[in-house]
Design a protein around this ligand. Structure first.
Ligand SMILES: [Zn+2]
Length: 248
C-alpha cells in the first residue's frame, strides 16, 4: 500500500487555496524529501463540529491572517477519518518553527485540550493516523521520529496535540486495541487504488461469466456505487481463489 492508496485518502493539493508556494525544504546538503526525518502531530484546536474545522478554512486563515503561502499542514485528518493531503511532502510548510525543514505536519481535527473542548480523536481518526504514519515511514526512508508539536524546540508551552489523548499510543498501535477488526474491514475500498479496483473488477467479471455458479448482482451494484468494503473485497477474492479464477 502507499499513502495515496489508504482507504480514506483524498488529494486536494490541486484545489486548496494557496498564495504562491512554500519553498522546498533544505538542511545542509539534504534537499526536499531527503531532508525529512520527523512526523509532527498537531490538533486543530477547533471543535470537531465547527464548520471552520476544514483544511480549506485553515488555508484561508494561514494565508489571510498569518500571511503564509498556504495551509501549514501537509495532512489533515477529519473526524470521519478522511485524510486530506494539502501540500507536497518535500515543502517547508509553516507548522513547527525551526522544525519545518526536517518535518511533515499532520493535523488531527479537534480541540484535544482538557482546558478547551476536551474532545478526543474519533476511532476513525485513530485508524487513519496510525495507517498514515506507517505509510509515511515506508514511503520516506529518511523518516526517523514522530513527535507532538509541543516537543518541537520552542513549543513546550503549547498544548498541541492536546492532553486528552496520547498520540504515541496511536502511533505504536496500542491505541488501536479498542478498535475492532470490523472497523477497519468495513471501510470502503478506496476507488483511487487502481490495482485493487482492477483486481476486484476482474473477479466480478469472472463470477458473471460463470454460468454454473452465478453470483448475486448485489456485488456488482455495491461496486458501482463504491459501497464495496475491504471485507467484501477480501471475501470475493477468497471465493474467486477457491473456484480457481485466479489461476492465470
Ligand atoms: Zn500544533
Amino acid at each position: 500500500m502507499a499513502i495515496k492508496d489508504l482507504p480514506k485518502y483524498k488529494d486536494i493539493r490541486g484545489t486548496i487555496r494557496r498564495n504562491g508556494r512554500y519553498p522546498i525544504a533544505k538542511v545542509g546538503s539534504l534537499v526536499g524529501i531527503k531532508a525529512k526525518d520527523t512526523h509532527v502531530i498537531h490538533h486543530s484546536m477547533t471543535a470537531q463540529h465547527l464548520k471552520g474545522s476544514t483544511p480549506q478554512a485553515f488555508a484561508n486563515t494561514h494565508i489571510e491572517a498569518n500571511k503564509w503561502q498556504g495551509i501549514a499542514y501537509a495532512f489533515v485528518i477529519m473526524p470521519d477519518g478522511t485524510i486530506y493531503q494539502c501540500d507536497d511532502l518535500d515543502r517547508r510548510t509553516n507548522h513547527a518553527g525551526n522544525t519545518n525543514d526536517i518535518s511533515i505536519g499532520t493535523c488531527v481535527i479537534g480541540d484535544f485540550r482538557k482546558e478547551g473542548e476536551a474532545e478526543k480523536p474519533t476511532q476513525d481518526q485513530i485508524i487513519s493516523l496510525f495507517l498514515l504514519n506507517k505509510e509515511l515511514f515506508k514511503e520516506i526512508p529518511s523518516m526517523k521520529h514522530v513527535i507532538g508539536h509541543q516537543e518541537c524546540p520552542g513549543y513546550a508551552w503549547k498544548n498541541c496535540p492536546g492532553d486528552t489523548w496520547d498520540y504515541k499510543k496511536v502511533i505504536t498501535g496500542e491505541g488501536l486495541m479498542n478498535v475492532k477488526e470490523e472497523d477497519i474491514m468495513s471501510q470502503p475500498l478506496n476507488p483511487t487504488n487502481p490495482a485493487l479496483n482492477k483486481a476486484v473488477q476482474n473477479v466480478l467479471l469472472k463470477f458473471e461469466q460463470d454460468k454454473d455458479q452465478p453470483l448475486s448482482c448485489q456485488w456488482r451494484e455495491k461496486f458501482e456505487k463504491r459501497e464495496l468494503t475491504i471485507s467484501d473485497a477480501v471475501g470475493l477474492l477468497y471465493v474467486a481463489a477457491e473456484r480457481g479464477y485466479l489461476n492465470r
